[in-house]
Write a protein that binds this ligand. Structure first.
Ligand SMILES: Nc1ncnc2c1ncn2[C@@H]1O[C@H](COP(=O)(O)OP(=O)(O)O)[C@@H](O)[C@H]1O
Ligand SMILES: [Mg+2]
Length: 359
């Protein structure tokens, strides 16, 4: 059998552009280590949205060849000057955040009619929206933290919001659709609320004001699989060493800004409940492929809440997703194989659906 041709897409018009390059480097390296199985084409998407074929996956270089996606039966991407074209069996998007993980790129790949790894348009779009995820999670019986939603263009009762906040300090103010802790403020005094909202609303037209869990323990559970069978990982814990909460600095700037503990030191029944919730939420959102669900746990009471889902979680070898599965005895390379298989399977199933009204 000829090797499967995989286009790995990364970078993108996103605040998480650089994080994506790290993840993609690992994915490319792991797939390329099986040359009999995979032929890899690393394609970098610039912050302006242009596509470049790279010799080796990484940040942009002058050697990168500008390419453009095309709808052709024999090719998916061609050189801007038309000098070559590439067909792909599967696209592996390793991108994070807005314009990438939120269904927009997935919709584009649907239009290109190519199998792609990970969640579809609906799951990606809902998963990016912290409020819609919470509403569906609550509907499925998961514990969800109380919040208020503020819209940039809709007037709200400032006094009522301040009163709600006063009873719950600290609160966390965050854009509804973003990631990597960008635009998030921990508000400890009600006077900080207005500025925190202004900051969050710079990145999105809607913001959440969430009841805070002081010194929350942050627990993560990963999932992969298809409509028939899902596998959840052991849970892991992440502790912030630098700063007040798991902000952008702790995540990416300060070396050693956070510590991971895999598996997490939590009671077995809590771990079991979180794995069950991860499974339930992924199903509720009609997910297939992969995701990581994040929980916040009150250190005083041991109670926990579902916080958010990431449909393309960090995928470098130091990221939680591979670590959580390695701790569960599942090899990362095997998961990547399975994700590629699922992508092809989903595409084939969709291809069997009727496009005509005649029976
Ligand atoms: N309600 C909350 N209570 C306590 N900490 C929170 C709360 N909401 C967010 N945080 C802190 O902020 C971080 C980022 O928030 P999160 O909602 O996960 O956004 P992002 O999508 O940017 O990761 C969390 O990892 C946690 O440290
Ligand atoms: Mg988060």
């Amino acid at each position: 059998m000829p090797p499967t041709k995989v286009i790995v897409l990364y970078g993108g018009k996103s605040t998480e552009h650089e994080v994506s390059v790290h993840s993609a480097q690992t994915v490319c390296r792991m797939l390329a280590s099986q040359p009999e199985k995979y032929q890899i084409y690393p394609i970098f998407i610039s912050k302006q949205g242009y596509w470049f074929l790279q010799e080796e996956c990484g940040p942009q270089t002058p050697k990168d060849l500008p390419v453009t996606p095309v709808i052709r039966p024999d090719a998916l991407v061609q050189a801007l000057d038309g000098s070559f074209s590439i067909g792909a069996d599967v696209v592996f998007p390793v991108v994070h955040g807005t314009n990438c993980e939120d269904g927009t790129l997935q919709g584009f790949l649907e239009t290109l009619n190519v199998p792609y790894v990970g969640c579809g348009v609906l799951t990606s779009a809902v998963g990016m929206d912290k409020e819609l995820t919470k509403l569906l999670a609550r509907e499925a019986g998961l514990p969800v933290i109380p919040y208020q939603k503020i819209s940039k263009h809709i007037a709200y009762d400032k006094t009522a919001l301040e009163n709600w906040v006063k009873d719950r300090l600290p609160v966390f103010v965050k854009p509804v659709r973003l990631g990597s802790s960008v635009g998030i403020t921990k508000v400890t005094h009600v006077e900080q609320l207005e500025l925190a909202l202004k900051q969050a609303l710079q990145f999105d037209s809607e913001a959440l004001v969430e009841q805070g869990i002081d010194h929350a323990r942050e627990i993560f559970c990963a999932v992969y699989g298809d409509e028939e069978k899902l596998y959840t990982s052991a849970c892991g814990e992440l502790r912030t060493v630098a700063g007040e909460f798991f902000d952008y600095n702790a995540k990416y700037v300060v070396a050693g800004g956070c510590e991971t503990q895999v598996p997490a030191r939590i009671p077995p029944e809590t771990e079991e409940a979180m794995r069950r919730d991860t499974h339930t939420l992924f199903r509720q959102l009609q997910g297939h492929g992969l995701a990581r669900v994040d929980f916040l746990m009150d250190p005083k009471t041991g109670e926990y809440y579902m916080s958010e889902i990431n449909t393309i979680p960090g995928m470098s070898e130091t990221s939680l997703f591979p670590q959580l599965f390695e701790a569960s005895g599942v090899n990362y390379a095997l998961i990547l194989d399975r994700l590629i298989e699922i992508a092809r399977q989903e595409h084939a199933q969709k291809g069997q659906l009727s496009l005509s009204r005649q029976l």
